[in-house]
Design a protein around this ligand. Structure first.
Ligand code: GRF
Length: 204
């Protein structure tokens, strides 16, 4: 099976996916391409080092979001992916793009959804006085960070924690659960039915 990963920066979740394909946590699959909307994304270097096609498309080269998303979809579809993985891809996607990959596109969001959609989730959780935080892997739908959640992992927030400290704790969990969920999807164990995530036939 084939995976295409979309990134914008560091790509630590991409690295977790690369490692999981090698170790067999993700079975019988390969990442065929990594696409970034930022030329200097370190994840592109990670892709090259792993022998994976590293692609860059610049939004400023396109007339509007629809044109950019269409160009991305053309590139992505040339690899005939079974799964599209958003891994720190920091751009809003058009409805047409999202619908095109409905049920076969995942995102990881650094909060215990439905709490804290959007940006700066770690600081917001600290500011709210929360004693726990976490990450959610979900199917991508047209609602930003609003698609059905497949799996979450929690981490504690300790008194005096900085946002960076909480983020590091959260990312450690992302690197563990995101490849697991990717594997479930590729094995057709988890699917999206009527807008809901279903694992092994049971609604989540
Ligand atoms: C992750 O923490 C993820 O939750 C969010 O963006 C971050 C990307 O980090 N969507 P990286 O590029 O995978 O290191």
């Amino acid at each position: 099976k084939n995976i295409v990963v979309l990134i914008s920066s560091n790509g630590s979740n991409l690295q977790a996916m690369i490692d999981a394909c090698e170790s067999g946590i993700i079975k019988d699959a390969r990442i065929s391409a990594v696409l970034s909307n930022k030329a200097d994304a370190y994840g592109l270097e990670r892709a090259r080092q792993a022998g994976i096609d590293a692609l860059h498309l610049c939004a400023a080269d396109y007339a509007d979001r629809a044109a950019f998303d269409l160009a991305m979809a053309e590139r992505i579809d040339s690899y005939q992916p079974d799964l599209v993985i958003l891994a720190g891809f920091m751009r809003i996607l058009s409805g047409d793009f999202v619908r095109h990959y409905q049920g076969r596109m995942l995102n990881v969001h650094p909060s215990l959804l439905p709490k804290y959609t959007g940006l700066n989730t770690h600081q917001r959780a600290i500011d709210a006085g929360d004693d726990e935080h976490g990450t959610s892997v979900h199917f991508v739908t047209e609602e930003l960070d609003g698609g059905p959640v497949i799996l979450q992992a929690k981490v504690p927030i300790f008194a005096g924690d900085t946002a960076d400290e909480v983020m590091a704790r959260v990312q450690e969990q992302e690197h563990r659960i995101y490849p697991m969920v990717a594997n479930w999807c590729l094995q057709d164990r988890v699917v999206m039915t009527d807008g809901k995530a279903v694992l092994d036939g049971l609604p989540l």
